[in-house]
Design a protein around this ligand. Structure first.
Ligand code: GUN
Ligand code: ZN
Length: 437
C-alpha cells in the first residue's frame, strides 16, 4: 500500500487530564506532519523533524489553518434509531414503546437495514466519528447490514444484536436460547474480521429474563475479547421497575453483575442514578460508563455525575456517547457542548482538555483500544480528522478572539458540529471531504 501524509497543526491528548494536570496532557505541534502506511501511523511530529522521513514522491495533503486530531469515538449509539431522532414528548419507557419499538421492527427487512446502516456510517464519518459502539436490533440481519458496510469502509466498529425476551412487541422478541445461538453465530462470523468487533447486547434488564442475562454472560465467558453493552440507571421509573423485576438483587448494577456482565470491555450507557457502591464496583471490575448528555437532557433522564464517576480515588473509565436516537446529534462536538452544560448544572466545570479526552483517548480507554486508537502517534491506527475552527462566519469571527489553544478547543466544542469536520481519514485513506464538489 502506498504512503499518505497530512500536514497541519497536530493536537491530541496523550494522558488522562482527570488524573494529571490538564496542561501536561496535551501534545501540540503547530506545524506537524503525519505519515501513514498500511493503515497505521508510521511517523508524527513537528514538520522539521518528520519531513525528512517522507518517501520521495509522497506529497502531504496540507491544511495549514486546521487541526489534525484523532478520530472521535462514540461509546454508545443505536444505528436503527437514526430515522427517529427528535421524537417528541416522552420520557424513557413511553419513548421506547411509542417510537423505538415501532421503528426497530422495520429492521426485519434487510434492504431497510442496509439503507439505514449506509446512511448512518456516512453521517458518522461526516461528524468526525471513526469508531463507535453500536446497538443494532434484535434481527441478526440488522447486524449483518451494519458490519458489511463498516467492513467495506474499513472502519473499526463494535456492534451487536440486541437481546430481548420479554416486555417488548412480539416482533422484537427472541428467547434466551435463540438470542444465544444468533449472537454466537454473529461472533463467529464478525468478531475480529478486519476491523470489526462484536458486543453482546442485552438491551437492558427489563427486557431480558434472568435466563437471557445468564446466556449473555455465557457468551462473554466463551468468547474472550468480545464486548458487552447495555443500559443502566437511566431513568427513575426504569430503576424502580428493575427493583420490582429483580427483588433479590441489591442494585440495578447487581442484576448485571450476578449474570457475569460487569468486567473489562463492558460499557454501561447513562449510569445517572448511581450509588457510590456502583461506581466502586465499576472501578474494581474495569467496566466503563458512557456519558450521553444530549440524550439524558432530551428524555429528561437526569444529570450524569462526571466528577463523581472520574474521582481519582476510584476512577471509572468514562467515554462519551451520542445515544442517537434519544440523543439529538451524531456530532461529538455538539455532545461536548451539552456535556459542558450538564457539568455546569451540577456545579462543576468541564474544560476543553478533559472534554476532548472523553471524545478521544478516554473513549479508547473505555473500550480498551488505547493501544491503537485515540492518539496521533506511530504504531496507532491512522484514523484521523481534520478540524476547521473557522467552519462558519461566526466561528471565524469568534476564533479571531481566541488567545490560546485551549480557548480555541473550547470554542470548537461549544460552536462546532459536522461543519467543522473538514475531512475524515480511515486507516490512512480519505473517506470524507467536506468541500468535495
Ligand atoms: N434503554 C433501553 N433501551 C434504550 C434505548 O434504545 N435508548 C435509551 N436511551 N435507553 C434505553
Ligand atoms: Zn442507548
Amino acid at each position: 500500500m502506498s504512503v499518505t501524509a497530512l500536514r497541519g497543526q497536530i493536537v491530541y491528548l496523550h494522558a488522562n487530564p482527570f488524573e494529571h494536570p490538564p496542561e501536561d496532557c496535551l501534545t501540540h505541534h503547530p506545524d506537524g506532519l503525519v505519515i501513514m502506511e498500511d493503515g497505521l501511523i508510521t511517523a508524527a511530529g513537528p514538520w522539521a523533524e518528520t519531513a525528512p522521513l517522507l518517501p520521495a514522491g509522497t506529497k502531504p495533503v496540507h491544511y495549514p489553518e486546521h487541526l489534525i486530531m484523532p478520530g472521535l469515538i462514540d461509546t454508545h449509539v443505536h444505528y436503527p434509531q437514526l430515522q427517529m431522532i427528535g421524537a417528541y414528548g416522552e420520557q424513557l419507557l413511553e419513548w421506547l414503546n411509542t417510537y423505538t419499538f415501532v421503528t426497530e421492527q422495520q429492521f426485519a427487512d434487510r434492504a431497510h437495514a442496509d439503507h439505514v446502516a449506509k446512511t448512518f456510517l456516512r453521517e458518522l464519518l461526516r461528524a468526525g466519528t471513526t469508531t463507535a459502539m453500536v446497538y443494532c436490533t434484535v434481527h441478526p440481519q440488522s447486524v449483518e447490514a451494519f458490519f458489511a458496510e463498516s467492513h467495506r469502509l474499513n472502519t473499526r466498529m463494535i456492534a451487536g444484536k440486541v437481546l430481548m425476551d420479554r416486555n417488548a412487541p412480539g416482533g422484537l422478541l427472541d428467547t434466551a436460547q435463540r438470542g444465544y445461538d444468533e449472537s454466537a453465530a454473529l461472533i463467529a462470523r464478525w468478531h475480529g474480521r478486519g476491523r470489526q468487533m462484536y458486543g453482546v447486547t442485552p438491551r437492558f434488564a427489563p427486557t431480558s429474563t434472568e435466563a437471557q442475562l445468564d446466556a449473555a454472560g455465557a457468551l462473554l465467558r466463551e468468547n474472550p475479547g468480545v464486548y458487552m453493552q447495555t443500559h443502566l440507571c437511566e431513568n427513575p421509573g426504569e430503576v424502580a421497575w428493575v427493583r420490582e423485576l429483580f427483588p433479590d438483587r441489591h442494585s440495578y448494577l447487581d442484576v448485571y453483575d450476578h449474570a457475569g456482565l460487569v468486567g473489562p470491555r463492558s460499557v454501561f450507557g447513562h449510569a445517572i442514578h448511581m450509588h457510590e457502591g456502583d461506581f466502586c464496583t465499576c472501578h474494581e471490575r474495569g467496566a466503563a460508563l458512557a456519558f450521553c448528555p444530549t440524550s439524558n437532557l432530551f428524555l429528561g433522564s437526569g444529570l450524569f455525575r462526571l466528577s463523581d464517576a472520574t474521582d481519582p480515588r476510584r476512577p471509572v473509565r468514562v467515554g462519551l456517547g451520542t445515544d442517537v436516537g434519544a440523543g439529538t446529534s451524531l456530532s461529538q462536538l455538539q455532545t461536548l457542548n451539552e456535556a459542558y452544560k450538564v457539568a455546569a448544572l451540577s456545579g462543576t466545570r468541564l474544560d476543553a482538555v478533559r472534554a476532548f479526552y472523553l471524545a478521544t483517548l478516554g473513549g479508547a480507554r473505555a473500550l480498551y483500544l488505547d493501544d491503537r486508537l485515540g492518539q496521533v502517534k506511530p504504531g496507532h491506527e491512522a484514523d484521523l480528522i481534520v478540524v476547521d475552527p473557522r467552519a462558519t462566519p461566526l466561528m471565524t469571527f469568534r476564533t479571531g478572539y481566541c488567545e490560546s489553544l485551549t480557548d480555541l478547543l473550547f470554542t470548537l466544542m461549544i460552536m462546532g458540529d459536522d461543519r467543522a469536520i473538514r475531512a475524515t481519514w480511515i486507516a490512512g485513506r480519505p473517506v470524507h471531504d467536506r468541500d468535495a464538489p
